[in-house]
Design a protein around this ligand. Structure first.
Ligand SMILES: Nc1ncnc2c1ncn2[C@@H]1O[C@H](COP(=O)(O)OP(=O)(O)OP(=O)(O)O)[C@@H](O)[C@H]1O
Ligand SMILES: [Mg+2]
Length: 113
């Protein structure tokens, strides 16, 4: 099991959800966050919006998946969010020790989705 954390541009959220859905990945946590990458938040123009200041608005996706879903989750997010411009985002893959569905008491891979 893996826990995938993706930081993406807010304008790409709907496209990312659509691509993930096509791959059967429908369970996701979405958070509005602030961040900066290598450019340290220097002013950027993104799809017509000028973003200024050290911290820029981003969206964080958190997705717990079984191992056979890792590659398709990464490629779905990448397909939906890559513009080849700075600030497109980043995807982190973390080991996931355990998952429990509270309602049923199921634990392990069966509880993920
Ligand atoms: N090493 C990191 N640790 C934690 N968060 C990060 C890291 N790198 C990027 N992020 C988060 O991802 C967001 C998007 O990063 P960004 O796409 O700008 O990465 P980058 O490494 O600067 O690549 P690029 O040169 O393509 O812009 C940042 O605003 C920040 O929230
Ligand atoms: Mg950057």
């Amino acid at each position: 099991m893996k826990y995938i954390v993706a930081i993406i541009q807010p304008d790409c959220l709907n496209a990312a959800m659509d691509e993930l859905g096509k791959q059967g990945v429908d369970l996701v946590t979405v958070t509005e966050v602030m961040g900066h990458g290598r450019q340290k938040g220097e002013a950027q123009v993104y799809r017509g919006h000028k973003e200024a200041g050290r911290l820029l608005r981003k969206i964080k996706l958190e997705i717990a998946v079984n191992d056979d879903y890792v590659d398709k989750t990464i490629s779905a997010i990448t397909t939906a969010t890559r513009t080849e411009q700075i600030g497109d985002g980043k995807i982190f893959v973390l080991p996931l020790e355990q998952c429990a569905r509270i309602r049923t008491g199921e634990v392990g891979p069966v509880a993920i989705g």
